[in-house]
Write a protein that binds this ligand. Structure first.
Ligand SMILES: *Cc1c(COP(=O)(O)O)cnc(C)c1O
Length: 397
């Protein structure tokens, strides 16, 4: 049946793609080895350095984010190498199971899925590792299954405080371009990202930002690799080209996205996401429901995971809101399946879109018979009215 009006894609990635980017992607595909391509490739590779905040290396793969996870591991480790991972949620668990599948030895610090990675626990484990068997520490920056953020700068300090040479690898697939990230300043060795979250693109591009130290390490490790090999990228990339066919049209879109992010200003983008996260949490509190992220200060500006009361089905609630209000909300993954729903407030998003989203959630709670108090959308509206980081306030005055 036809549903009039626009669909609200409020899952925490893919985020909805702005018209400017759709238009850029719609341009004719060109010869990826021809003279005109160099400008496209260079703009993308150089532009992404400004998003990662690095003067080191950025590699772009035609793959989903999962591919860039694999690239990070196979370029920096030898078969059997031990990596220390922190279980912040579903995505951290998936990354460690990938590491095991392809022949590494992940050691997982268990977490309760209610906050970010804890630097002191990482430091304590590294201090015990006197023979330096751990080759890398892997953490998820924004854990998309729980809505928690890990303190990357503090984790680097913890590694240094332990005097440990392990590389720091960070999955910022859903954090980059939505919450503050500083590759060089924070001393990250490999950052993994993807196109379909904060970067506002369709799925299909992934990224590795790579430190000199990690690129050097890649020369001596013995893990077999081919498609993901950083070293095959370096030569062609220096002129804006790629060793195999890149996703030309998504690169058009990426260059548009980078321009849009800088037009708004990265700091504004981060403030906007933080503000929408706070407004959403105000709504959840007013409904009398619980935010999954329980550690104060770790809450994400990208998404909010909300626990439904025991004995109620989050998936049934999501199906009801989709059917009646034409809005897609994120589902609970693995351990929290059917127990939480996730509200995405990332990417090309503004106050009115947030209000429509939260109104849809509130009407859905009512329709699905989930016990709650009304007034959540009003609480978010009050928060929006009182907080003043709206970019247009400063730009147009
Ligand atoms: C989306 C996401 C992934 C998976 O990326 P794909 O593009 O689906 O392969 C991994 N980690 C995090 C934190 C994510 O948000």
């Amino acid at each position: 049946m036809r549903q009039p009006g626009r669909h609200f894609l409020q899952i925490p990635g893919p985020s909805s793609v702005p018209d400017r980017i759709l238009k850029a992607i719609g341009q004719q595909t060109i010869d990826h080895r021809g003279p005109d391509f160099a400008d496209v490739g260079k703009a993308a590779l150089d532009g992404m350095k400004t998003i990662f905040k690095t003067n080191q290396h950025v590699f772009i793969f035609p793959s989903s984010g999962t591919g860039a996870w694999e690239a990070a591991l196979v370029n920096t480790l030898s078969p059997g190498d031990k990596v220390l991972m922190f279980e912040t949620g579903h995505f951290a668990s998936m990354w460690s199971s990938m590491a095991r599948k392809i022949g590494f030895t992940p050691e997982v610090i268990e977490g309760d899925w209610r906050g970010g990675a804890e630097p002191d626990r990482i430091e304590a484990r590294l201090r015990q590792d006197t023979h330096h068997e751990i080759k890398a520490v892997c953490v998820v920056h924004n854990e998309t299954s729980t809505g928690s953020v890990s303190p990357i700068e503090e984790i680097r300090k913890a590694i240094d405080a332990a005097g440990h040479p392990a590389l720091l690898m960070v999955d910022s697939i859903s954090g980059l371009a939505s919450i503050d990230f500083r590759f060089d300043e924070w001393g990250v060795d490999v950052c993994i990202s993807g196109s379909q979250k904060g970067l506002m693109l369709p799925p299909g591009l992934s990224f590795n930002a790579v430190s000199e130290k990690a690129l050097e390490r890649a020369k001596s490790v013995t893990m077999p690799r081919s498609y993901w090999d950083w070293h095959d990228m370096v030569g062609p990339n220096s002129n804006g080209y790629f060793p195999y066919t890149p996703s030309t049209n998504l690169l058009y879109g990426l260059n548009e996205a980078i321009e849009m992010l800088h037009e708004e200003g990265l700091d504004q983008v981060f403030a906007r996401h933080a503000r929408h996260g706070a407004s959403t949490r105000a709504a959840v509190r007013a409904w009398g429901l619980e935010v999954l992220c329980a550690r104060q200060g770790d809450e994400s500006g990208v998404l909010t995971a909300v626990l439904v009361p025991t004995d109620y089905s989050a998936d049934n609630f999501r199906a009801t809101t989709l059917k009646h209000y034409n809005i897609s909300l994120g589902n609970g993954l693995s351990k929290v399946a059917d127990k939480v729903f996730r509200i995405g407030h990332l990417g090309d998003f503004n106050d009115l879109m947030l209000m429509a989203t939260l109104s849809g959630v509130e009407m859905g709670l009512e329709k699905a018979g989930i016990p709650h108090q009304s007034g959540g959308a009003q609480a978010a509206l009050d928060h929006l009215k009182q907080s003043t980081t709206c970019p247009s306030d400063t730009q147009n005055s």
